[in-house]
Design a protein around this ligand. Structure first.
Ligand code: BDR
Ligand code: CA
Length: 312
């Protein structure tokens, strides 16, 4: 059983990552913290709580994070995730309150109270993770690993060479990548292979429970943005679920260990993740970079996760 804290900015694919974590008997989701990213901090917090309400998991503590990135002005992705950040489904209003503490305080509490090391999963900008490491350096060695969706090797989805999560807060990403904690990175190179096709989204109708029903609508909405032929996609890339999928079944992926750092200065490439594939720098191989996914088995895991709510 892997104990995790999920730091996310829901977001359609964040919501699916959260759902997979809850569905899996291999994962204990001990806390959810939210970052500003796909939408404003109020909306991402509210969305995390709406999803937990839908899944009847109000027992999982939730806290909202920093209102802005460390240096940048907040950029959001309403064009991808809609006005609410989770457009496309009728979700219940939260029927519980967030913890009376900040995201990094909840991270610290969860880690302190745990008998085992905790894995931090980050599926949004790394603002909270970076602040946590700066404010509680004494807890860094209680983190088993940081598994994150972000960055790319030679690709971008927000600028030609920069992925959205790192674009929003590159300074935070630099702090996290240089913290000396083992990292697992799901870059665009792998998440763009993790596409769910239109007919697979439609087949979710065969799963008769309220969580699957919500995802039928959410994924329909999410898929529309990715229909633009410029992407060359056949469906919608399920970025954030790659993190949880890797924790559940790493055999779904092929990966390479390498040094990854973040450019925070460049005029054209600020926010680029610089992946030292050929070991040119001699710097420590701080990151296990996921490079290939077995798409069909990945989609089966998604469907099985949705089926896990049949008794709800
Ligand atoms: C990342 O950006 C967000 O829009 C998604 O939730 C994902 O975390 C993909 O670039
Ligand atoms: Ca996200």
């Amino acid at each position: 059983m892997t104990k995790i804290i999920l730091d996310c900015d829901p977001g359609h694919d964040d919501a699916l990552a959260m759902t997979m974590a809850i569905a899996s008997p291999k994962i204990e989701l001990s806390a959810v913290t939210t970052s500003a990213g796909n939408q404003t901090p109020e909306k991402t917090l509210n969305n995390a709580m709406r999803m937990l309400t839908l899944m009847h998991r109000e027992d999982i503590p939730v806290a909202g994070g920093n209102r802005t990135p460390l240096v940048n002005k907040l950029a959001t992705a309403g064009n991808v995730h809609g006005k609410t950040g989770l457009d496309g489904a009728e979700l219940p209003d939260p029927d519980f309150k967030p913890q009376d503490m900040t995201a990094i305080e909840l991270m610290a509490k969860t880690i302190r109270e745990s008998n085992e090391k905790v894995t931090l999963v980050v599926t949004g900008p790394m603002t909270n993770a970076a602040l946590f490491l700066r404010v509680y350096p004494e807890l860094a060695d209680r983190i088993e690993q940081i598994v994150f969706m972000g960055g790319a090797m030679g690709l971008g989805n927000w600028t030609p060479s920069v992925e959205f999560n790192i674009y929003v807060d590159p300074e935070a990403a630099k702090i996290v990548m240089n913290a000396g904690i083992p990292l697992v990175m799901a870059p665009l190179n792998v998440t763009h292979q993790a596409q769910i096709l239109k007919d697979e989204i439609e087949s979710i109708d065969d799963i008769k429970n309220p969580v699957a029903h919500a995802f039928r609508g959410l994924l329909d909405f999410f898929e529309i943005y990715h229909e633009n032929p410029k992407w060359g996609f056949k469906g919608a890339p399920l970025h954030d679920p790659c993190t949880i999928a890797w924790l559940i079944d790493p055999t779904l992926f092929e990966s390479e260990q390498m040094n990854v750092d973040v450019e925070t200065q460049g005029e054209l490439v600020k926010g680029e993740t610089v992946c030292d594939y050929y070991e040119l720098t001699g710097k420590p191989k701080n990151t296990n970079v996921l490079l290939k996914v077995d798409r069909e088995r990945f989609i089966k895991l998604i469907m099985d996760s949705l089926r896990a709510f049949d008794d709800l």
